[in-house]
Design a protein around this ligand. Sequence first.
Ligand code: VGL
Ligand code: ZN
Length: 199
Amino acid sequence: MFSGALVVIDVQNDFCPGGALAVAGGDAVVPLINALEREFEHVILTQDWHPPHHSSFASTHPGKSAFETIDKPYGLQTLWPDHCVQGSAGAAFHPNLSRTRAELIVRKGFRSEIDSYSAFFENDHVTPTGLGGYLAERGIRDITLVGLATDFCVAFSALDAGRLGLNVTVRLEACRAIDLDGSLDVMLGKMRDADVMLV
Ligand code: VGL
Ligand code: ZN
């Protein structure tokens, strides 16, 4: 048994094959994650949870297409197909993902004007989700990240967790990437530079 927390990032239908923002092989991580959940004292799940017409959706910006970027007050924002709309089937967890031992489900991206890749801070890097406080209050210092997508929500979460002083491991075999214009290599490099343990 590992004494830390397994943090399962966004294993939702829209990020799995057939979903609105499908990650290649996204569903393949489910059995691996279910097995890992049994090995951790604490299990936490995150759920991307956008209102309709969220500012990260290309469809909200006339003339813009998915995977283009726009300038937001907090920096560049990639535009995505509509995905993980609150209450939709696409926003639901993959049906086979084990939720039994989850102590906490963190929803993120629910403010219209700001996206939130990280499980700890929204994309302005200052608005907290509450997860950092939860872990601190419970005395949890070690986290292992798995899920979707390696180069966006997993990597942003890992980098923020490192900044908060947590010991961070990413289990890459239980992650899958979007890999937009080389984003996977870029984010793997950033995680290595930040002393995230990649295994
Ligand atoms: C994600 C893009 C948009 C993710 C979420 O879970 O990696 N990526 N929303
Ligand atoms: Zn999203």
